[in-house]
Write a protein that binds this ligand. Structure first.
Ligand code: PLP
Length: 393
C-alpha cells in the first residue's frame, strides 16, 4: 500500500512546477517599511500596516501596561471567565468609533466572518457574495450550509437578477477588496438590499483606519449608517496595527452573535493586553489625521508616477495598488527582480486571486516616504512590462 503522504509529496511538487508553491520569510525585529528579512534590510511594500502603527512606541507601551494589569492569557472563552475589563472597554471604544450601538470582539477576522455568517444564515437561506470577496467570507458561507450565489465583481445588475430569481438573503461584500484595492459599490448594494428585503454585511478590513472622516472606513466614506448596512465587520491587525477583529451593529445583532456565533462561543478570548493596547491604537489612528493625509499623498504620487511609466494601473484609489502580471511565473519573476534590488513586494497567486491574474500586490503605508515610492517606481520602470501589455491587447 502506498503511504497517503506520497500523494501529498506529488501535490507539493506539482505546486512547485506551477509556480504556486508558497513559503515564508523570517522577519527579525518589528514589522515596518524597513524590516530585516532573512538577515537583510529591505524596503517593503507588502504589509497591511497602512498607518505605520504595528511597532508604534506608545502602543507597545500600552501592551506592556496591559500585561502588567491583566496578565498574558485570557484563560477562557468570553462566556466563561475570559471577558475582561480590557475587552469591555475596547468593545465600547470600537462601537463609539464606528458610530454603532454595540461591538463584539472576535479573536481574528477569519473567525468573525465564519461566526457571523453561520449565526445569521443556514440551510434553506441564501447568501449573495461578490466573486472577489475575501476567503473567510466564502468559507463562512460554505460552512453555514446556506445556498451561496456568487456574482461577478461589482456587478449590481447581475446581483439584482439573482435576488429577483432566488429571493432575499444575506449580501456579503468586502468594503475595500483586499487584492484589488477598489471599493465595493456600497450605496447601490444598500439600495438593492433595502429593495429586496435582504441584509447587507460589509467586511471593512482594509477601509477602517484608512478611509472616511478620521478613518471611520468605507461606510463613512459613502455616508452609510446602521440602517443601510446593519452588519459591519472590521479587523484590528491591519491599519490599527495590533490583532483581532470585531463586528458592530445594533443590540439585537450583537446579542444574537453572543448566543449563536460558534467561533465566538467556543474559542479563547483575545489576550486582554492586546485588547488594552488596541484601545490606544484606536485613539492614535483616529486622532492622527496626518497619517491618512500623508498616505493619500503617497497613493497619488505612486499612481502619477506609474501612469507616467505606462504601467497597467488598477482602478484603486486606496493604499492597495496591484500590478497585474497574469501568470504566476511572471509575477514571481517580477517579485524576485525587485528583491534583488532590496525592495520587497510579494507575488500574489491563485487561489488567492483568480487564475490568470497573478500580481504584485503593492501596499503603501504612512511610514513610507516620498523617496521610498520614487525608489519603487525606479525599479518598476525596469520591469519588462510592455511585453505583457502587447500580449493582453
Ligand atoms: C485580513 C482579512 C480578514 C481576516 O482577518 P484576520 O484578522 O487576519 O483573520 C478578513 N477579511 C478581509 C477582507 C481581510 O483582508
Amino acid at each position: 500500500m502506498p503511504s497517503p503522504l506520497q500523494g501529498l509529496d506529488a501535490a507539493l511538487q506539482q505546486l512547485r512546477r506551477d509556480g504556486l508553491y508558497r513559503s515564508r520569510r523570517v522577519l527579525d525585529g518589528a514589522q515596518g517599511v524597513r524590516p530585516v528579512i532573512d538577515g537583510r534590510r529591505m524596503l517593503s511594500f507588502c504589509s497591511n500596516d497602512y498607518l505605520g502603527l504595528a511597532a508604534h512606541p506608545t502602543i507597545a507601551a500600552a501592551l506592556r501596561e496591559g500585561v502588567e494589569r491583566f496578565g498574558v492569557g485570557s484563560g477562557a472563552a468570553h462566556l466563561v471567565t475570559g471577558h475582561s475589563e480590557a475587552h469591555r472597554a475596547l468593545e465600547h471604544a470600537l462601537a463609539d468609533f464606528v458610530g454603532r450601538p454595540r461591538a463584539l470582539l472576535f479573536s481574528t477576522g477569519y473567525m468573525a466572518n465564519i461566526g457571523v455568517i453561520g449565526a445569521l444564515a443556514g440551510r434553506g437561506d441564501r447568501i449573495y457574495a461578490d466573486r472577489l470577496n475575501h476567503a473567510s467570507l466564502v468559507d463562512g458561507a460554505r460552512i453555514s450550509g446556506a445556498r451561496l450565489n456568487r456574482y461577478p465583481h461589482g456587478d449590481i445588475g447581475r446581483l439584482r437578477n439573482l435576488l429577483h430569481e432566488e429571493g432575499p438573503g444575506l449580501i456579503v461584500t468586502d468594503g475595500v477588496f483586499s487584492m484589488d484595492g477598489d471599493l465595493a459599490p456600497l450605496p447601490a448594494l444598500a439600495r438593492l438590499a433595502a429593495d429586496s428585503g435582504s441584509w447587507l454585511m460589509v467586511d471593512d478590513a482594509h477601509g477602517l483606519g484608512v478611509l472616511g472622516e478620521r478613518g471611520r472606513g468605507s461606510l463613512r466614506h459613502f455616508g452609510l449608517g446602521l440602517s443601510q448596512v446593519p452588519i459591519l465587520m472590521g479587523t484590528l491587525g491591519k491599519a490599527f496595527g495590533t490583532f483581532g477583529a470585531f463586528v458592530a451593529g445594533d443590540e439585537t445583532l450583537i446579542e444574537t452573535l453572543i448566543q449563536r456565533a460558534r467561533s465566538y462561543i467556543y474559542s479563547t478570548a483575545l489576550p486582554p493586553g492586546v485588547a488594552y493596547a488596541t484601545s490606544t491604537a484606536l485613539r492614535i489612528a483616529s486622532a492622527e489625521d496626518w497619517r491618512r493625509t500623508h498616505l493619500a499623498a503617497l497613493v497619488t504620487r505612486f499612481r502619477a508616477g506609474a501612469a507616467g511609466l505606462g504601467l497597467p494601473l488598477a482602478a484603486s484609489t486606496t493604499p492597495i495598488q496591484p500590478l497585474i502580471a497574469g501568470d504566476s511565473a511572471k509575477a514571481l519573476a517580477w517579485s524576485r527582480f525587485l528583491e534583488e534590488h532590496g525592495v520587497l513586494v510579494t507575488a500574489i497567486r491563485p487561489p488567492t486571486v483568480p487564475r490568470g491574474s497573478a500580481r504584485l500586490r503593492i501596499t503603501l503605508s504612512a511610514a513610507h516616504t516620498a523617496a521610498d515610492v520614487d525608489r519603487l517606481l525606479e525599479l518598476l520602470a525596469l520591469l519588462p512590462i510592455e511585453e505583457q501589455l502587447v500580449e493582453s491587447t
